[in-house]
Design a protein around this ligand. Sequence first.
Ligand code: AHG
Ligand code: MN
Ligand code: MN
Ligand code: MN
Length: 328
Amino acid sequence: MIITVQQHLQQQQQEFGSEASGTFSYLLSGITLATKIIEAKIRTAGLGDVLGAFGAENVQGEQQQKLDVYANQVMLHCLGLRDTVAALVSEEDEEPVTFDRSPETGKYIIIFDPLDGSSNIDVNVNVGTIFSIHKRLPAAEGDLDASILQPGTKQVAAGYVVYGPSTVFVYTAGNGVHSFTLDPTIGAFVTTQENMKMPEQGQYYSVNEANASQFPAGYQEYLRQLREGEAGKAYSSRYIGSLVADFHRTLLKGGVFLYPPTAKQPGGKLRLLYEANPLAFIAEQAGGMATNGTGRILEIEPRGIHQRTPFMVGSRFEMETLAKCLEA
Ligand code: AHG
Ligand code: MN
Ligand code: MN
Ligand code: MN
């Protein structure tokens, strides 16, 4: 018998209450609707007019792709209609989009990367959407900005969709990691795996080797150990260049993904609020680890919505081996 995301959330509500409540599932249905619309556009990208550059630069200093802009508009539209949303923060928008809703109505903040892996769109390689959900702080504890800049430990939910050979939705609301596959014949995400666990150790390491000579020495020693089989087994290298796809493989197969500091970006390239935090929440819920090289990603106190961070995430064995190399 199929179980859709909505039915899964109702089960979670009976079991856990709290964020799996009715308003939360209505909110999540805004995300699943948006990702189905994005998926439909990606599936036929070559036939329409969504490939290639949009012709503008975003706040990141990146050349926006047409699909970046399209996915962003879809997310803003679908989520903006949910009256439980107080603010939307996107990689593609310099400032948060806020709604004039009372704290009793506008209870959630949704932070997202509408289209992750933009450099892969035109070559038909997996891309994704990543989201992170915070609850608005009570007025006495902080304003909307403070609600947006909460550390990753305060997320009430996080997830992603990877648009690949199949379209897979993975999320956590703090009670395990669960995955769903889009069944195009019924247009619904159907449960495929509940309570996913990242293997204790994997066989892949995932890093952009072109940057390797720029990494601090501890990372270079770590990669040397993995390559030479000194870390317990012979590793293979896999790097897709779409964070969501590299992460999804690491979640299922184990191993490690690294985007260390480089000379060009000593603070790291990946963004804390809508890339590192949501994936770190999922990794830890699945028994893995996620650090910036010196501490837990989830404990970083954000200073800005587009703040970058070094991001290493993966199985316990590989992450503990990395920590030893960085402490040496
Ligand atoms: P985005 O497309 O949302 O801007 O993210 C791109 C990111 C991430 O998807 C990927 O892991 C990383 O950029 C790849 O960076 P390099 O090309 O520097 O390896
Ligand atoms: Mn981008
Ligand atoms: Mn991204
Ligand atoms: Mn993006």
